[in-house]
Design a protein around this ligand. Structure first.
Ligand SMILES: Nc1ncnc2c1ncn2[C@@H]1O[C@H](COP(=O)(O)OP(=O)(O)OP(=O)(O)O)[C@@H](O)[C@H]1O
Ligand SMILES: [Mg+2]
Length: 253
């Protein structure tokens, strides 16, 4: 399996504090790696190093075998869909225009952009005839997030970066979105690096879980092995599942 993203001894210092310490991690093609950790553990900072929104102060991040600092940032970012928590949609563009923005930049013909937009909005449960012409302000928070995911997938980039894309949703919608995402992952088989502080979500969607504790990777384990992990932070997260629930969360996969 080819390695798509590689963190090599990555550190990050800011304001006299080191907030990431010697991170080594590979993301292979076809994997969904869940980056799990408490608030402030460094998840967003680590994710943003992949698309060069943050530059490491030590070590190196590589994408497709080449250091990201040697990539043209625009070309680099077009090769990875990025979903931020708030959706990050263009407020004055319609839903369809938001989804089609990267294909348009890539010079796709109009007809192909239209077909792709319809396909993705459909996959996200937002039929284009109903939603395509709306503006982001005419959508609920959850609908905006789904448009954000459709946009990230539009030009079929080799990698998806997702930063707590479902965190703002009510539990029922969140669960539906997680299942939809899991189905899409089975259909499209994207490589994804996925930030979450929710262990259920990590177990449900991650093929592997990378657990960050105060800027250090405490553990990297396959999702099906994580429930047996005995490191302190893994146990702290597992304890939040309550009795018996680790197996139930596997059953939803
Ligand atoms: N630009 C910055 N200047 C100073 N400190 C920063 C900066 N960016 C992040 N930090 C600090 O780095 C640490 C990690 O931040 P980061 O946003 O990566 O955490 P996180 O794991 O994504 O947390 P959350 O789950 O709350 O989103 C935090 O202590 C944060 O305060
Ligand atoms: Mg964050």
């Amino acid at each position: 399996m080819a390695v798509l993203v590689e963190f090599r001894a990555v550190t990050y210092q800011i304001g006299g504090r080191e907030i990431l310490h010697g991170i080594d991690l590979c993301v292979e093609e076809g994997e969904t790696v869940a980056l799990l950790g408490r608030s402030g553990s460094g998840k967003t900072t680590l994710l943003k190093m992949v698309n060069r929104l943050v530059e490491p102060t030590g070590g190196e991040v590589r994408f497709e075998g080449k250091p990201v600092k040697d990539w043209d940032p625009i070309r680099l970012r077009r090769r990875m869909g990025y979903v931020i928590q708030e959706g990050g949609l263009f407020p004055h563009a319609t839903v369809a225009e938001n989804v089609g923005v990267v294909p348009k930049l890539e010079g796709w013909p109009e007809e192909r952009i239209r077909a792709r937009t319809i396909e993705l909005l459909d996959a996200m449960g937002l039929p284009a005839p109903v939603y395509g012409g709306r503006r982001p302000r005419q959508l609920s928070g959850g609908e905006k997030q789904r448009v954000g995911i459709a946009r990230a997938l539009a030009a079929d980039p080799p990698l998806l970066l997702l930063d707590e894309p479902f965190a703002a949703l009510d539990p029922v919608t969140r669960f539906e979105m997680q299942q939809r995402f899991a189905r899409m992952q089975r259909t499209f088989g994207k490589t994804a690096l996925f930030v979450t502080h929710d262990i259920r979500e990590a177990l449900m969607l991650g093929t592997r879980i990378a657990l960050l504790k105060e800027g250090r990777l405490e553990l990297v384990a396959r999702a099906d092995e994580f429930a047996q992990a005995r490191t302190p932070e893994a146990m702290a997260f597992l304890a939040t599942l309550g009795e018996g629930t680790p197996d139930e969360s596997h059953a939803t996969r």
